[in-house]
Ligand binder design. Structure first.
Ligand code: ZN
Length: 237
């Protein structure tokens, strides 16, 4: 995480990936060359370095590429809603570096599964669908951030500030169990909030969800609390 976050516009982000694709083409040419030129050797060396890339980012692009490589079916990941509005610049640059690293070192037959256009799709689907991994079993935000992962099937749960489903992580697996009686036809929801966030008032909760997840929460609890707030405000006038 950088100290001051800057964001690329969608246009700049697209140009970044186009540029990344050109570098990746050069990397492939270098890998296929029977005899490397000096500049090709430099290019390969420069992009084979793991330093300054979060292992999580490498692991994410690699695992999504592996899934794509090993199955002909459309990956469940691609059914998730992409987030193509905001691009945190440091994060996007890091994803590009991870993409180049993988292009430089993966077996050649895997390279078609981690092209620039596919990486763009993988990245846009991670940002609003990832689950953070923390020491506590429920991924409580108060614990140290250890990394993130995307479990596509689990991403179909919508959010509620008063969820009827509880999530628990056990190693690499998440399990989801009902937290209370559920009416027939009632939507199953988890909470995207963690730790103390759950106790915030409706205004702060909604602000947090809008920033982190990009939606305005209209759950029953939010509706009820904002209505009560309105009543209180009227009473104060
Ligand atoms: Zn809510």
């Amino acid at each position: 995480m950088t100290e001051t976050e800057t964001f690329y516009s969608a246009d700049v982000a697209r140009q970044k990936w186009e540029q990344a694709a050109r570098v990746s083409d050069e990397l492939r040419l270098a890998r296929e060359a029977p005899k490397l030129s000096k500049s090709q050797r430099q290019l390969l060396r420069q992009h084979s370095e793991v330093k300054s890339i979060e292992p999580d980012i490498i692991a994410y692009l690699l695992s999504t590429g592996l899934v794509r490589h090993s199955t002909t079916a459309t990956s469940a990941l691609m059914e998730l809603a992409p987030n193509d509005k905001v691009y945190e610049s440091a994060s996007l640059d890091e994803h590009v570096r991870a993409f180049h690293l993988l292009t430089a070192i993966l077996p050649m037959e895997m390279l078609s599964s981690i092209s620039a256009s596919l990486c763009t799709e993988y990245v846009s689907r991670a940002s609003h669908n990832a689950f953070s991994i923390r020491p506590t079993a429920d991924g409580d935000h108060s614990g140290e951030f250890l990394g993130y992962g995307v479990w596509p099937e689990a991403s179909f749960f919508n959010h509620s500030c008063n969820p009827n489903v509880r999530k628990v992580r056990n190693g690499r697996q998440w399990s989801f169990t009902v937290a209370r009686d559920v009416e027939q036809g009632e939507e199953l929801c988890i909470t995207y909030l963690g730790g103390e966030e759950k106790e915030l008032d409706v205004v702060e909760r909604r602000k947090r969800l809008q920033t982190e997840w990009g939606f305005m929460c209209g759950c029953e609890r939010c509706q009820k609390e904002s209505a009560t707030n309105g009543v209180n405000r009227k009473a104060d006038d």
